[in-house]
Design a protein around this ligand. Structure first.
Ligand code: ADP
Ligand code: MG
Length: 485
């Protein structure tokens, strides 16, 4: 599409995210909540919706919802009712879903994202409510029949509904990345979009820039990665603008994203939409929020990525780039917290984290909790560099690889054993300087004739003859002094 036409329009996007909660049992029964179990094994009479059975509230789900609400600055509703959302579907044996309609547990609040120009934007949240998942219809295993697995039926969900504050596919990408990061930090959802434990429906409309009203929205489903949500939104924006430019009228409908063809296909129009006939769930008591309980949950909240990001940039003096990378993953952030509890050299600690440690994790395909060294051991390695006993390159190339293989030792013991303690003794360094100068008379002459950049060459040679053990700072000074003499 022509840039000029595209630029006449603005996209308006609101996202509905479903997060499966990491509870041991289901939302309203004691059935196990577990992904990948043999089909239809985690199903009791409650999950199967047998007549006369009664749901029982899983208290953990309330705690998880409150955690997320507090993390997003939402208001927690003092009194809540559950509702039945009625519809027929083969993977919904009860014939209804227990959800929250009029009294969602959380309202308001926002998710922070950073825009491409570095500025901050807060995407408003309409609501977060608790509900239960349906079972799973499987269409691609049997050629003739659809199979139903009810293990997922009754798994607790949080539905997070955003305000229509998102203005581009990139903002939607950032928003989802932040939501996923948050639920992982809070340990309430594993955030795995491929396995469907985090799912996103995107509501998309376009309007001419400057128009106060929103355009007709389309809801797109079936994206199994954050990247695919972005692609689906891009496709939809273009499709809608082209339709409007051709004088067509858009209809409110639900569309499905086809990742292979990279397009969306109409599933159903608004006219065919269900009337869910919500009514209060008679089998569950209303929830009355206890301030003491909320306060206790608040007191137990872990450090959140945004707080850590601000601490790293504002208090530890790290760049936004470093702070973003360190807080991207909770395990990495906690490990970094462990290092900086034992060293004041925050930048060095960040370099070790994002450099040598990350490389180790990538090379061995392990997570940070399987990394053999404790954070304080990395701090002791940094201390050894600060004391001038080893250079950073010796620490990285020689000590670190030996240390991860033998974590019960210390960096100092390793450096001594491997004969790597750096020589900052002036006489010893002067010996190396003189040796290098003697070996390279023509370069010395060129240096003295003005080619000062040759100092790099001399330092390289010095490190070679000293086998990397000369303290670089002292050596550099002595080398220059001797050459200038
Ligand atoms: P529905 O009743 O169809 O589910 P809602 O009003 O509940 O619609 O909104 C669902 C989602 O759609 C929310 O995330 C909301 O921000 C978003 N939304 C509402 N209107 C628009 C619009 N015109 N364009 C884009 N998104 C919208
Ligand atoms: Mg909707």
């Amino acid at each position: 599409m022509e840039e000029a036409i595209r630029n006449k329009y603005e996209a308006v996007i609101g996202l509905e995210v479903h997060a499966q909660m990491l509870t041991k049992s289901k939302a309203y029964s004691s059935d196990i909540n577990e992904y990948g179990a043999h089909p239809n094994t985690n199903v009791s009479v409650i999950t199967l919706g047998h007549p006369g059975t009664l749901p029982k509230m899983n208290k953990k789900t309330i705690e998880y919802a409150i955690k997320l609400g507090l993390a997003c600055g939402c208001d927690i509703a003092p009194e809540q009712y559950f509702a039945r959302k009625n519809y027929f579907y083969p993977d919904l044996p009860k014939g209804y879903q227990i959800t929250q309609d009029k009294t969602p547990i959380c309202t308001g609040g926002s998710i922070h994202i950073q825009l491409e120009d570095g500025s901050d934007k807060y995407i408003g949240l309409t609501r977060i409510h608790m509900e239960e998942d349906a079972g799973k219809s499987i269409h691609d295993v049997d050629v003739f029949d659809t199979l139903v697995d009810l293990n997922r039926a009754g798994v607790p969900l949080l539905e997070i509904v955003s305000e229509p504050d998102i203005r581009s596919s990139q903002e939607a990408y950032s928003y989802l990345t932040e939501v996923r990061k948050l639920v992982r930090y809070l340990d309430i959802c594993d955030g795995n979009m491929e396995e469907g434990s985090l799912r996103c429906d995107a509501n998309i409309s376009v309007r001419l820039k400057g128009t106060p009203e929103f355009g007709t929205k389309v809801e797109v489903k079936n994206m199994n990665s954050i990247r695919n949500v972005q692609r689906a939104i891009e496709f939809e924006i273009t499709r809608q603008i082209e339709a409007l430019e051709n004088g067509e009228e858009l209809t409110q409908e639900t569309r499905s994203f086809d990742a292979l063809k990279n397009l969306t296909i109409s599933m159903r129009s608004k006219e065919a939409a269900n009337d869910y006939r919500y009514f209060p769930e008679p089998d569950l008591q209303p929830l009355v929020m206890d301030d003491a309980q909320i306060a206790a949950i608040k007191a137990e909240m872990p450090a959140l990525p945004r707080e850590l990001f601000l601490k790293y940039t504002k208090e530890l003096g790290l760049s936004e780039y470093d702070a973003y990378n360190l807080t991207d993953n909770k395990g990495i952030a906690l490990y970094y917290e462990g290092i900086v509890a034992h060293t004041k050299n925050y930048k060095q600690a960040a370099n070790w984290m994002m450099g040598d440690i990350k490389s180790y994790l990538n090379e061995f395909g392990v997570e940070i909790d399987e990394f053999p060294l404790k954070p304080e051991q990395i701090a002791s390695l940094i201390a050894l560099i600060e004391e001038g006993k080893i250079s950073t390159s010796v620490a990285s190339q020689k000590i670190f690889p030996a240390f991860v293989k033998n974590p019960s030792t210390s960096p100092l013991a390793l450096a001594e054993e491997m004969n790597l303690i750096q020589d900052s003794n002036e006489d010893a360094i002067l010996g190396f300087v003189n040796e290098v100068i003697k070996q390279h008379p023509s370069e010395v002459e060129r240096y003295r004739n003005g080619e000062k950049q040759l100092v790099g060459f001399f330092m390289g040679q010095l490190m070679k003859v000293s086998k990397g053990k000369a303290d670089p700072k002292a050596a550099n000074e002595l080398m220059r002094k001797t050459l200038e003499a």
